[in-house]
Write a new protein. Structure first.
Length: 421
């Protein structure tokens, strides 16, 4: 998720004419509007391979993510009249919002091989309307080398108290460690704060995405603990916080060794690896502990679902389903999913030794998951736009000292209740 919009147009629709002047079959065009900029180039390369194997299909990919609001961009795309055959939804709220556009995907090979529970967020009335991208987790990505130099054992950090202690040690040793600050906090990215950060507390208030989706109000049960954790980042972050975007946070600060920690997910591995392969092999996850709730946990969930647009032609719908199935079930596709996209796929069939997650962040997700130390992603059940457009914006005001924490809570509580009337 980087702060730019990147469109990848692959080829153009051609009508092939035989030497004798007879027209061959017109290509079936599948336009894709997807949100993961981290895999944009690799996804493009994979689609090229698919088109070589399926010459009567043309794949056009447009990628929108990072600092761009994918939901808002999707609404604009649909309103333009140039509707894609494949697009993404984030869970129950999106499925409800786009239900009239969604094809039932229950008959796909992906749906049949998905892990138990992974389809729940995009299933309505027994019909599967979305197929999960991957499993992802997030927390504080930390630099193991810096922690070792500071004499901090990361395994000891299982609570807010132990995290705070480590942060203060790192802060006193900034100069000798070559740090600008302890944290990089991407305040400019309201998905980082309004969605992912808030989820750490609200997941433990609601329990699951459907409870959040059905909730008429939000109480901020763990408001005090959420404030402590946010203030800790804010007080020890590189400034200006609200000018820090994803690229600055991950690539210019963390990957260059200028900060010891940053709140991000395993999707950041590719960016880190692209800048410093040695560092990328020496990183891991720490929990984001909320006082009063479970503290030694990682939020793990499905970031987005693939959907097929009911408004395109039946031929395009079938071609779209065939392409998605190929990505996650063919040998070529599975190799890309694991080794190029760095995904943790929630599907059966990834059993070979060469199809196991290899990066340290993915391995930490598996470690937390096996230990039962995970919480769900409930932000997909927030009211439409609430996380980024309301809570994220109010947190920016809080960072700038324009509002108090209590005011943030009141405004966003009222906004949630109003949206659910």
């Amino acid at each position: 998720m980087k702060n730019y919009m990147k469109g990848l147009l692959v080829g153009s629709a051609l009508l092939l004419t035989a030497c004798g002047g007879e027209k061959e079959q017109e290509k079936t065009v599948v336009d894709i509007f997807q949100f993961k900029v981290e895999i944009a180039e690799e996804f493009d390369a994979l689609s090229q391979i698919y088109m070589e194997e399926h010459p009567n299909v043309e794949i056009n990919i447009e990628t929108v993510g990072g600092g761009g609001d994918y939901g808002a961009s999707l609404r604009a795309k649909m309103a333009s009249g140039n509707e894609p055959a494949i697009f993404n939804v984030g869970g129950p709220q999106d499925v409800y919002d786009w239900q009239d556009k969604l094809v039932d995907l229950s008959d796909t090979n992906m749906a049949k091989s998905a892990f138990k529970g992974s389809l729940d967020g995009a299933t309505l009335d027994g019909k599967v309307y979305g197929l999960p991208y991957t499993q992802e987790g997030y927390g504080f990505i930390y630099n193991k080398g810096i922690f070792a130099s500071a004499g901090i054992d990361p395994n000891s950090i299982t609570s807010f108290a132990t995290l705070e202690k480590a942060v203060k040690v790192l802060d006193t040793k900034k100069k000798e460690l070559g740090l600008d600050a302890v944290f990089a906090l991407a305040g400019k990215e309201t998905w980082v704060t309004g969605l992912h950060y808030s989820n750490v507390g609200l997941s433990q208030e609601f329990g699951d995405v459907f409870a959040a989706y059905n909730a008429k109000t939000v109480e901020f049960k763990y408001s005090d603990g959420m404030k402590k954790l946010f203030d800790l980042q804010m007080d020890y972050a590189r400034t200006p916080i609200n000018a820090t975007d994803y690229s600055t946070q991950v690539e210019r600060l963390f990957s260059m060794g200028k900060v010891a920690m940053t709140q991000q997910g395993n999707w950041a591995y590719g960016s880190i690896n692209g800048i410093d392969e040695k560092l990328a092999g020496n990183i891991g996850f720490l929990p984001m502990p909320i006082v009063g709730a479970k503290e030694n946990v990682l939020p793990v969930g499905i970031p987005m679902y693939w959907t097929v647009n009911k408004s395109v032609t039946p031929a395009q719908q079938q071609a779209a389903k065939d392409f998605l199935d190929w990505v996650y079930t063919s040998d070529t596709g599975k190799d890309y999913v694991i080794n190029k996209f760095n995904f943790v796929p929630p599907y059966k069939g990834f059993d070979g030794e060469n199809l196991q997650p290899k990066d340290p962040l993915a391995k930490d997700i598996m470690k937390f998951s096996k230990a039962g130390n995970t919480i769900s992603w409930v932000f997909m059940g927030y009211p439409t736009g609430w996380g980024q457009e309301k809570l994220g914006v109010e947190l920016q005001k809080y960072v700038d000292g324009q509002v108090t924490w209590d005011q943030v809570i009141k405004v966003t509580k009222d906004s949630w209740a109003e949206s659910r009337k």
